[in-house]
Every structure is written in C-alpha cells, then in structure tokens.
Design a protein around this ligand. Structure first.
Ligand code: IMO
Ligand code: MG
Length: 431
C-alpha cells in the first residue's frame, strides 16, 4: 500500500510532530529515516508536552511499530533517556525498534561537534552540539560504528579501539584537549548494547514485508528542506537529507512505495542556528511572534530567529519534495498583528530574482506583499468558512502563489485545534 511522507519545508520546527501525531493514529508503522537527536518534535498529550528527539511520533499509540531507520544516527545514551521519560508517563515503548544499519553516536562525536564549532568562531554553523555532523562524517568516511556492531562485541571492541586512537589524535593534537579513555566508553556502551539488544531489527526486510501485507506506513522527516545537506542553505545545514528523496536512501524502500508527500510549513518562518534568513524580522514584531509562538528550541532551548513567510523558498521546497499535500501550522500566532508581510521574491544587488539561489547570501533582500491582519482570536475555529475574511485572503494568496491547495491549517498546539480545509483529500490520506 503506497505510504505517506511528512517533511518540513522551512528550517525546521514547523510542527511536524503534531501533524505526524494526527496522521499516525491510522498508521501501522511510523519510521524516522534521517537525522538524530538534533530534532525536537513536540506533541501535546495528557495536558503535557512530550518532546521526542529520536523516537518516531507514533510511539504514543500502542498498535504502532516505530522504527528508527537505517539513515538515522542514534545516540544510545539519549535514546535510553527518552525511553525512560516516555515510559514514566505511562507510554509503552516495547514497539520501538532500531535498524541494524543505523550509525551510533559516540562520546567523541559530541565533543568534536562542540570543539569544531568553538574553533570556527564567527564561521560556526550553530549546531545542536549533539554530535550529528561527526557521526555522519564517520559514516561517509566508512569508519562508523553501526547498531549491528552491538551484536558482535569483538567487532565493536576492535572498531572502537581503532576509532578512538584516531579521534584522540585529533582531540589532543588539533584541539589540545585531554584524550578519552577507551575503557570507560567501552563499558558504558556494552551496557547500552545489552539494554537495546531486543530492539535491533533488519528494518529493510521488516518494511518490505509490511508493504507486502498492505500495512499503512508513515515516514516522519526530522529537520527540514532548507537544512538539507544537498538542497538547503549550505553550509548552514544539517548533514542528512530531510527531503522526500531521503526517505528511500534512509529506509531502504523504492520510490514507487511512496504516494502522499505531505509538506508542513509554518504561517511564518523561524530558524535556529546561523545562516542566511532573507525574511528575518529585526524589530519588536519578532519578539511578539517568539512569545506567542513559543519559538524557543525544543532541543537546545535557544530563542528562534523569527521572520515573515517566504513564499519563494517555500515554492522551491514544494518543487524539490514533490509536495502534493500542504499543511500550514501556527496561523493563530499571527492573530494579533496589524500588518503581515509575505515574501514573493528576492533582490540581489538591486536585481530581482524569482528562483531560490544555490548560494543564498546574508545580503539578499526580500520583496514583500503586505496583508492587513485579522486581529481576532482564531484558535477555536473548526470550519474554514468561519475564519475572518483577512485570514482567508492570506491563505488564498499562499495557495495561488504555490499553485497548491492547503489541506489542513493548524491553529494551536492541542490535538483538535485544526481546520481541515479539504476534507475529502484529507480522509483519502488514510485510505
Ligand atoms: P526539528 O526536527 C530546527 C539546525 C541547527 C543548526 C543546523 C545544524 O525539530 O525540526 P546539527 O546539530 O544538525 O548539525 O545543526 O541545523 N537544526 C535544526 N533546526 N529544527 C531542527 O529539527 C533542527 N535540527 C538541526 O540549529 O543550525
Ligand atoms: Mg524542533
């Protein structure tokens, strides 16, 4: 049965967790296919916020199998903490599995992420310091330690010994820090391997079997398109492929298995970390949005940079990802504003451009269209027709520019705070 893919279309934190939660109820499997615990997916449950970093958002439903897929990098220390936290609020995690081919984040990866960022100074990326970059670097350098190495401790011992010798050279000679001890890392990770053993599976065969049995599968992207290593705002990106193309690479399924490409975008933009952000707001409006939208990093607690909706980059994201269903989140956050701006193009050295540049620079200027705000609380509205007229004008403009109908509008963090704009297309996602 062709499956659903959910991806973020901006710089992350679009509310993918809430949308995945909404769609996962009717799924048999939810799969993470890239990234690691650099992501933070918030779900409102039992009057609490549950923030998931590595575990797929389907975990709260007991019938769903959740797989941390082959393309993900897994930090076992944080994974076990997350499992403990989830279980402490009464959620069973026995259906959370790890793919054999996924790579493992080691303590030296976390340290090297931090040391490199410090050494880069004002050229740093603003990473989450979770060791994601260094873990993917080892994967590509063909020296990574994989989940399956937990199944053969002799191999694990040898790989760790070789890798640590090499990493300690970098730590001591380049960064002038103390070397790490082999014994303490080995002992720590042996404990992790024992605890995680029953969760290790061959995700590729599991998923192909599931497709044969016509199971409903949902692929949950972390990070987002503009942070994609190939198509994002390089070098201010994450080292994986959050875009829909990453699903096949990161889970071992062919493109023909995929059907619905669901893109999630906020009604405005945010970015954490450094890098160009053409629609960034540099006045008090930014703080209004940050407070109303609670725009603080779910993983690092950093205040997020806030900006206007950028339709030029959003159109590019929809194009690269083949988005056929669009969902807009946090529209309610804009309700207090007198004036709302939307970017419809860029200006580079006074020259208009209508494409998303491969080398987006800090000095690029956004061209805006202004909208009068609706100045009314919309967070209780359930039907599209009941939205204020100025709000509908905003939505209609987005649809017209993107040439794509919006399927769902989220107007609050509660599970039921959604306006399903196109009900027949929405319910088809479950059939
Ligand atoms: P979710 O899944 C927002 C950003 C970091 C930094 C850059 C590289 O919650 O949308 P990394 O640690 O990945 O090497 O950092 O990417 N970043 C995110 N920004 N949401 C995320 O995930 C992010 N994951 C990484 O801030 O700019
Ligand atoms: Mg997040």
């Amino acid at each position: 049965m062709p499956s659903n893919v959910i991806v973020g279309l901006q710089w992350g934190d679009e509310g993918k967790g809430k949308i995945t939660d909404l769609l996962s109820k009717n799924s048999d499997y939810v799969i993470r296919y890239q990234g690691g615990n650099n992501s933070g997916h918030s779900i409102h449950i039992k009057k609490n916020y549950l923030i998931l970093h590595l575990i797929p958002s389907g975990v709260i439903y007991p019938h769903i199998k959740c797989i941390i897929g082959p393309g993900v990098v897994i930090d076992p220390k944080y994974l076990l903490q997350e499992i403990k936290e989830i279980e402490s609020i009464g959620i069973n995690t026995s259906k959370v599995f790890l793919a054999k081919r996924a790579h493992i984040t080691m303590p030296y990866h976390r340290l090297l992420d931090q040391y490199k960022e410090e050494a880069l100074g004002d050229r740093s990326i603003g990473t989450t310091h979770r060791g994601i970059g260094p873990t993917y670097e080892d994967k590509i350098a063909r020296m990574g330690i994989r989940v399956l190495d937990f199944l053969n401790l002799k191999t694990f011992y040898k790989k760790l010994k070789n890798n640590l010798e090499y990493k300690n050279q970098i730590i001591t000679k380049i960064y002038k820090r103390k070397p790490l001890s082999f014994e303490s890392i080995y002992e720590e990770y042996i404990e992790y391997s024992k605890t995680l053993l029953p969760r290790i599976i061959d995700a590729v065969y599991e998923l192909h079997d599931a497709f044969k049995k016509k199971k409903k599968i949902l692929f949950e992207g972390a990070q987002a398109m503009l942070l994609d290593i190939n198509y994002g705002t390089y070098p201010y990106v994450t080292p994986s492929s959050p875009s829909t193309g990453g699903v096949c690479i990161g889970s071992g399924v062919p493109p023909i298995f995929l059907k619905n490409f669901i893109g999630v975008a906020k009604a405005y933009c945010t970015r954490v970390g450094y890098g160009p952000f053409p629609t960034e707001i540099k006045n008090h409006i930014s703080e209004i949005i940050r407070q109303k939208g609670n725009e603080y990093g779910a993983t690092t607690k950093r205040p997020r940079r806030c900006g206007w909706l950028d339709l030029l980059s959003l159109k590019y994201s929809c194009m690269v990802n083949g988005i056929n269903h669009l969902m807009i989140t946090k529209l309610d956050v804009l309700s207090e504003l007198e004036l709302i701006k939307v970017c419809i193009g860029y200006k580079n050295n006074g020259k208009k451009i209508q494409y998303f540049p491969a080398n987006l620079k800090e000095n690029i200027e956004a061209i805006y269209v202004d909208f009068t705000g609706w100045k009314r609380n919309i967070s209780h509205i359930q039907e599209y027709d009941d939205l204020p007229i100025n709000c509908k004008k905003y939505i209609t403009f987005i649809e017209g520019y993107l040439d794509l109908e919006i399927l769902l509008i989220s107007i609050g963090s509660e599970r039921n705070q959604n306006i399903i704009k196109n009900k027949s297309s929405f319910f088809k996602l479950f059939s």
